[in-house]
Write a protein of this length. Sequence first.
Length: 103
Amino acid sequence: MAHSRQLHEWADRFAILGDPSRLCLLLLIHRDGPIPVGDLSEASGLKPTTVSHALRVMRMQGVVGDARVGRSKLYRLIDDVTATLLDTLPAVDRPSTLLENGP
């Protein structure tokens, strides 16, 4: 059933926002993108491998896209619904503080 498939796709997309690490990365990409993995790693305090894995998941879900510039890949937000949701969040000067404070 097409509706069921779409429902599951949207549930997976919204699950991306439920993970604090991915949410932090999305906020950084939304605010500072296009941005390379190294800058995302430094700004978030996450290991580059963790950032790369999260970006791969978000790219597969159609939330972020990448473009090669020289030897670097720059990541940008490509999903309008996610951008709109991120716009509704209160401004956070340093998204990495979301990870430091915990629940």
